[in-house]
Structures are given as C-alpha cells and as structure tokens.
Ligand binder design. Structure first.
Ligand SMILES: Cc1cc2nc3c(=O)[nH]c(=O)nc-3n(C[C@H](O)[C@H](O)[C@H](O)COP(=O)(O)O)c2cc1C
Length: 158
C-alpha cells in the first residue's frame, strides 16, 4: 500500500494535519508527505491512495492549488483512491464555501476514485496577527485527523 499526502499550508496547520495522517497510515506501508509546490507528476507513480489538503481561502480553493492541479496530465489519478480535506475557520457553516469539495472534484476530474466525503478540520481564526507558523487548530482536530486517515486506509483496502 503506497500513500501520497499533498498539502498547501500558509501558517503550518494543514501541514500538521497531513503529518498526523501520515503517522496513522505509516504501518500500512509506504507514505510520503509533499508540499504542493514541491509536487511532481512522477510522485503519483505506483501510489494507491492520494490524500490532498488545503486551507480555505476566500471561500474556495487557493489559486496555488488550482494551478498545480491544472498542470497535471488528465487521468494521472486513474485507478487511485482519493480523498480531500481543508482547514476552515469554525463559524463558516456552509460546506460549499470550503475548499475541500472543490478539491475533491478536481481530483475526481483527474481520474481519482473518491473514497470519502470532503472533510473539514477547524481553525480558530482567519487572520492571525503574527506571520510564520502559528498554531490555529481547534482542540481535538489532530486526533480527528488521525481517525479520518484510519478510515481512509480501511476503505482503500476494501
Ligand atoms: C488570504 C486568506 C483568505 C482566507 N479566507 C478564508 C475563508 O474564506 N474562509 C475560512 O474559513 N478561512 C479563511 N482563511 C483562514 C484559513 O482557512 C486559515 O488561515 C487556514 O486554515 C490555516 O491553515 P494553514 O496554517 O495550513 O495555512 C483565510 C486565510 C487567508 C490567509
């Protein structure tokens, strides 16, 4: 079982979730965590499960993620299980204003087979006053990410 977890992260929180998911998936075989700006088409070679995560920016998927996905060859995810998650500020209730549904649509367009509904992990605030890596995740979200990764693993093995 080979898993690739790809993320975009401005303040480090989506990256932390990606790394927590990787810890859960590790015992199943090979897992790599890659920042989206480092992603190459060859990273998908031989991969069974692709998990992609992004912050919600301006109620949607950030341009940086869309640009990379648009540059990938069609059908590159053919035969692979895919899942998408986002990080979003807690008070936004509407799923359609989050990044993960759009992200999952794009992974499906590239040939991926969705194995879970788009998932959201919540952060405390939209505009932290400082710059750099800032801990914004609500309590319990890292643990929830580990559980979600375990469910993905079960489903991709079915
Ligand atoms: C330019 C910008 C736009 C944002 N727009 C939204 C938004 O529309 N909805 C929302 O819930 N959060 C929004 N946020 C907050 C991000 O979702 C939050 O910073 C992100 O989840 C933190 O993840 P990261 O540490 O991986 O960057 C925005 C943040 C930035 C920097």
């Amino acid at each position: 079982m080979k898993t690739l977890i790809v993320y975009l992260s401005k303040f480090g929180n989506t990256r932390k979730l990606a790394e927590a998911m990787a810890e859960t998936v590790k015992p199943s075989g090979n897992v790599r965590v890659v920042a989206i700006d480092q992603l190459a088409a060859s990273d998908f070679d031989g991969v069974d499960l692709v998990v992609m995560g992004s912050p919600t920016h301006a109620f949607t998927l950030p341009e940086a993620v869309r640009t990379v996905l648009e540059s990938l060859p069609l059908a590159i995810l053919g035969g692979k299980s895919v899942a998408a998650f986002d990080t979003t500020v807690k008070p936004w209730p509407l799923r359609c204003l989050r990044a993960s549904p759009k992200l999952l649509n794009r992974l499906t367009y590239l040939g991926g087979k969705p194995i879970a509904r788009p998932e959201t992990f919540f952060v405390k605030t939209k505009n932290p006053q400082k710059s750099g890596q800032i801990d914004l995740l609500l309590e319990g979200e890292l643990e929830r990410a580990r559980r979600w990764a375990g469910e993905l693993l079960d489903r991709s093995n079915r």
